[in-house]
Design a protein around this ligand. Structure first.
Ligand code: FES
Length: 100
């Protein structure tokens, strides 16, 4: 479950598994959502990217084939001041299709 690190105290995570963006890569292989952001230019400055990637991973874990509306709903709590969201949505769709 994605949470905002700025509003969760470390003690609140006690006993829970915590995954950061660095934990998405496995054995030197990028996660498919990371590949999607590379393939579809889903980032510019990168400020929002860790949160977007973790949110995308969580979305695809519970809904492997989300439509655009579902993707936009999932990322709606995150602000991107650069991309206009179009390429982020395309990146997540790319990841969903690549996962089939
Ligand atoms: Fe710059 Fe999203 S890529 S804030």
């Amino acid at each position: 479950m994605p949470v905002k690190s700025c509003t969760v105290l470390a003690v609140m995570a006690d006993g829970h598994e915590v995954t950061t963006v660095e934990g998405l890569e496995r054995d030197g292989e990028l996660d498919v959502v990371q590949k999607g952001f590379v393939e579809c230019h889903g980032l510019q400055c990168g400020f929002c990217t860790p949160g977007m990637l973790l949110t995308a991973r969580a979305l695809l874990d519970r809904d492997p084939d989300p439509d655009e509306a579902r993707i936009r709903e999932a990322i709606s709590g995150q602000l991107c001041r650069c991309t206009g969201y179009e390429n982020i949505v395309r990146s997540i769709r790319w990841a969903a299709e690549a996962s089939r």
